[in-house]
Design a protein around this ligand. Structure first.
Ligand code: ADP
Ligand code: MG
Length: 394
């Protein structure tokens, strides 16, 4: 299943048409988080150093198939130029004669950013004519947009059928960190799943139960498992409709011999607020009208003890409402456990990644996934369309 990468191509005098994920957040007109741009730098640098002209394409935001001025990629290109220390051209169109002329004029090492692919209604429709227009802008297609690889769009999948197609270095790293362990993990393989709702992650849990040695559950979704075991959860976030699913997953874990860990204590609060009254209670001690907003210290200690000796750890979903300081301790404990674990540690998911960055532990985690939806789909065992189209290594 190993994919060919940019290292398998002779780039001298060739144009690399690279799909990147420059879908960065803008706050008051400035890029508030450039993680995704930085994540594409190794691929862009490699291509330039090996003699390629680099043509970059990305979507940004949700322009709904039309030109939206504030979603142009020019500010992103300017930021990229600063990071690369080299000029970066923009042309304000995604494809067509103007783009072809600009690409034809590129010299080895030049970098050009095409306009937001989603300005064109044909992008999300994976339209064959747009794919053909894009294919004229490069000799080899490189997919480095892991975060968009779960979408079959013209710039992520369609164009890959028309050119030799290989993975970029970010794509390669994401697949190595996520798909690799899911196929052949070093054991013990421990996963931690949290977040608000069980219903978002049924497929993930189901798939992980096929491979992991232990699955640690936290966050709001733990409440529904506890409800399924007969505990009273007060005013906590629960999904009564998912109690049946929770029971089925508990049975599945038992049948597979997977240790599925649930919290043994909880931090409860009388309101959903940072200044709420709060305390630690056992599972049968949630007062009427109170809500569970974090795993308790005994749970955090038990989870830590399971994580530390693991050889592979994948974590998705915070253990509590970490956005409110009094309910961040569980998430912080898990982040620290991953930071201290010498095995392969991987974190995926928008909020989990934000939590780890906020806690200043990101650089002690082996791999932080740049994908949200794409990461979850990989964890569900799905094949990503933007990956499936890439050439296999012979
Ligand atoms: P990720 O983005 O990492 O995949 P999710 O989006 O699934 O994570 O879940 C993150 C959200 O879950 C956070 O906003 C957090 O506040 C919320 N959450 C976690 N635990 C609880 C809880 N006990 N009650 C309510 N919300 C919770
Ligand atoms: Mg989220």
């Amino acid at each position: 299943m190993a994919k060919q990468t940019i290292r398998d191509i002779d780039w001298r005098d060739r144009r690399a048409l690279v799909r990147v994920d420059f879908n960065v957040p803008f706050d008051g007109g400035t890029i508030s988080d450039d993680t995704r741009i930085r994540a594409a730098l190794p691929t862009i640098r490699y291509l330039r150093e090996h003699g390629a002209a680099v043509v970059l394409m990305s979507h940004l935001g949700r322009p709904k198939n039309t030109v939206v001025e504030r979603l142009r990629l020019a500010p992103v290109a300017a930021h990229l130029a600063g990071l690369l220390g080299t000029p970066v051209q923009t042309i304000g169109v995604t494809s067509g004669p103007l783009a072809e002329a600009a690409v034809a004029a590129l010299a080895p090492g030049d970098v050009l950013v095409l306009e937001n692919t989603r300005f064109d209604a044909r992008e999300e429709a994976n339209d064959a004519t747009l794919a053909a227009e894009l294919a004229r802008l490069g000799d080899v297609f490189v997919n480095d947009a892991f975060g968009a690889a779960h979408r079959a769009h013209a710039s992520t999948a369609g164009v890959a059928h028309l050119l030799p197609a290989v993975a970029g270095l970010l794509m390669e790293a994401e697949l190595a960190a996520l798909a690799g362990p899911l196929e052949a993990p070093e054991r013990p393989f421990v996963t931690i799943i949290g977040g608000a709702k069980i219903s978002d992650k049924i497929g993930v849990i189901e798939h992980l139960l096929q491979t992991v040695d232990a699955l640690l559950i936290g966050g709001g979704m733990a409440n529904t498992f506890l409800l399924a075991q007969g505990y009273a959860l007060g005013a906590s976030l629960v999904e009564p409709d998912a109690v049946g699913v929770a029971r089925r997953l508990l049975d599945l874990a038992a049948a597979r011999g997977v240790a599925l860990h649930l919290p043994s204590d909880l931090v409860v609060a009388d309101r959903f607020a940072a200044d709420a009254a709060s305390r630690v209670v056992p599972l049968d001690g949630v007062p009427d009208g109170w809500m569970a907003l974090d795993i308790g210290p005994a749970t955090a200690a038990a989870y830590t003890a399971t994580i530390l000796p693991a050889r592979t750890v994948i974590w998705n979903g915070p253990m509590g409402v970490f956005e409110l300081a009094p309910f961040a301790a569980g998430t912080r404990a898990i982040a620290r456990a991953l930071a201290d674990c010498p095995g392969l540690t991987v974190i995926g998911g928008g909020d989990s990644v934000a939590a780890v960055e906020q806690m200043g532990l990101a650089d002690r985690i082996r791999h932080i996934s740049t994908g949200g939806g794409a990461t979850l789909e990989l964890l569900e065992g799905k094949t990503l369309p933007g990956v499936a189209v890439l050439a296999e290594r012979p």
